[in-house]
Ligand binder design. Structure first.
Ligand code: TRP
Length: 332
């Protein structure tokens, strides 16, 4: 275990988990579970930067956990926990926030975008969000963080903060690298194929949720936006078809060229139907497992409790060093 590289990642429970999350993140997590020592958490503290309904947040947090497990993440191989259960995260975040410049946070494109959309609730948490994210990562001495385009800048800040602390005091944090998955894919909305398949703010018809029934999946793929070219091929001028080809290819592990060949001379109708069936086949077993897990609250509790216990041990060790180097008097 100790020889393995350490990987840290989290997903906010602010919406239902989508096919985009599955292909872009969860599927890779499952594929990597033997190779790395993984810390995967549900980022509930991050989700409250946008106002949440408490009962819904609670439900979505447990839903996320059940889905992680249903997707095949093994709690024996990975440390799976809920972020708010490990209080070292906000504690380290506080220390790091004193070494983060306002200018650095002002430059974050995600903050700039969100502040445009969220004008009536421009809170301080939204602004310091990347500092908490840095704490999430640095507490576990991560070697790698799997990041999509939208999180690259946050990881850059994390690296800067790690080096800044190490230089100011002494070596304390490992400086993490971005991990670009071998078969990563960005899944786009079925209705607006130039924007990412969203969790909360998208057109519902453009989003496939992992818990969607076969009927819902079929309907959404039938309505998927395509183009007037009429040829199934992979290029940027046909973002809708390109996205469907990506989904098909990732889930069947078949090369795009082969799939394109199958649809030579055929219309979009057949293709859309078939992609829908591929997705149904991939998600069916996950949905069934999820349904069994979500009704077993005791089991879920045992998973997040033991996950938090394991994470806490590691996180506390790092935080103890940080506090000591900062000059705080140790309680014990
Ligand atoms: N900010 C990430 C997102 O919105 C979620 C996240 C929080 C995260 N803490 C993290 C991801 C630490 C990787 C590592 O997707």
């Amino acid at each position: 275990m100790s020889e393995k590289k350490i990987m840290v990642s989290g997903i906010k429970p602010s919406g239902k988990i989508t096919l985009g999350n599955y292909i872009g993140a969860l599927k890779n997590w499952v594929d990597n579970q033997d190779e790395f020592e993984n810390y995967y958490f549900i980022a509930d503290l991050h989700s409250v930067t946008v106002r949440q309904e408490p009962a819904k947040l609670r439900k979505q947090t447990l839903d996320s956990l059940a889905l992680y497990l249903a997707c095949g993440l093994d709690p024996e191989k990975n440390i799976i926990f809920i972020q708010s259960h490990v209080t070292a995260h906000p504690e380290l975040s506080w220390v790091l926030s004193n070494m983060t410049y306002m200018g650095e946070l002002n430059r974050m494109t995600q903050f700039k975008d969100k502040s445009k959309k969220n004008e009536e609730n421009l809170n301080a948490g939204l602004f310091t969000y990347p500092v908490l994210m840095a704490a999430d990562i640095l507490l576990y001495q991560a070697d790698y963080v799997p990041v999509g385009e939208d999180q690259k800048q946050h990881l850059e800040l994390t690296r800067d903060l790690a080096s800044r602390f190490n230089n100011r005091y002494s070596d304390t944090f490992k400086v993490p690298e971005p991990y670009i998955p071998k078969a990563g894919a960005r899944i786009m909305s079925l209705q607006e194929p130039t924007s990412k398949m969203g969790k909360s703010d998208d057109n519902e018809n453009g989003v496939i949720y992992i818990t969607d029934t076969p009927e819902e999946i079929r309907r959404k793929f039938k309505r998927a936006v395509t183009d007037s070219v009429g040829i199934v091929q992979y290029n940027d001028e046909q973002p809708g078809i390109k996205n469907l080809l990506t989904i098909y290819s990732v889930l069947t592990k078949r090369p795009i060229e082969d799939i394109v060949k199958d649809y030579e001379g055929k219309g979009y109708g057949d293709f859309k139907t078939d992609v829908g069936e591929v997705v149904i086949e991939a998600l069916n077993p996950i949905r069934e497992k999820y349904e069994a897990l979500i009704s077993d609250k005791k089991y879920l509790q045992s998973i997040y409790q033991s996950g938090a216990e394991k994470a806490e041990k590691i996180a506390r060790k790092t935080l103890r060093k940080v506090y000591k180097k900062s000059g705080f008097v140790p309680r014990f």
